[in-house]
Design a protein around this ligand. Structure first.
Ligand code: FDM
Length: 211
């Protein structure tokens, strides 16, 4: 077995519309895996701490206006600037739990009417996730959860389009988890999927997304 395929960490991505419960589930999953002795870290996109991320943050909070294409490319750049470090960590055996990834980039931008393939291109070649957990929750329930409506995309009609786009992006390594059950039940379901993924990914090479 080559060095690069020795017991690497798994890349676990969470996707879904706003207020689907991703952030809660990411935190619970991390806590559980740490208890089990796994080396695990959380990653969140957009990463609003970098210079590019700060611009994205202003855009989302609507204090900055950007051309749709520029905004899309900034979200993608924000992922690319994290790739080297993520690759290094995965190879060193750290499992990464990622809250949003390229699929969000495409689902949200194409909900504005942009061409889906155009939107996909800048993210071609990112590290391919081992599993994407798609938390599927009805937009009506999501919109009743706290804080909905504060940022640029938090509108019911828009979120419906985003959900539809996400479903078009499904890959064989996606798991659609209904997000309307109790937090603990959803957590148990996710944990069993992720446990299997971590074990199976150990000896697999890292692949490039959409290549
Ligand atoms: N978003 C997120 C995008 O439009 N493109 C992207 O590439 C990513 C990663 O940013 F409305 C949108 C999705 C959401 C907003 O997400 C911020 P969080 O999870 O609420 O921080």
């Amino acid at each position: 077995m080559g060095k690069e395929t020795m017991s690497r960490g798994a890349l676990i991505v969470f996707e879904g519309c706003d207020r689907c419960g991703k952030t809660t589930q990411c935190a619970k999953l991390k806590e559980k895996l740490v208890d089990e002795g796994e080396d695990v870290e959380l990653v969140k996109f957009p990463d609003r701490t970098t210079p590019i991320g700060k611009l994205i943050n202003s855009y989302l909070q609507m204090t900055e206006e950007l051309d749709d294409r520029v905004a899309h490319l900034l979200f993608s750049s924000n992922r690319w600037e994290a790739m080297e470090l993520m690759k290094k960590k995965l190879k060193a055996g750290t499992t990464l739990i990622v809250d949003r990834y390229a699929y969000s980039g495409i689902a949200y931008s194409s909900a504005k009417g942009m061409d889906l393939d155009w939107c996909k291109n800048p993210d071609v070649g990112l590290i391919q996730p081992d599993t994407v957990i798609y938390l599927s929750v009805s937009e009506e329930i999501a919109s009743q959860r706290s804080h909905y409506g504060g940022e640029r995309y938090e509108k019911l009609e828009f979120q419906k389009k985003v959900h539809k786009n996400f479903l078009e992006l499904q890959e064989p390594y996606w798991e659609v988890v209904p997000g309307d059950a109790s937090v603990d039940d959803i957590h148990k379901q996710i944990h069993s999927i992720v446990r299997k993924t971590i074990n199976q990914s150990k000896s697999k090479p890292l692949l490039k997304l959409w290549t």
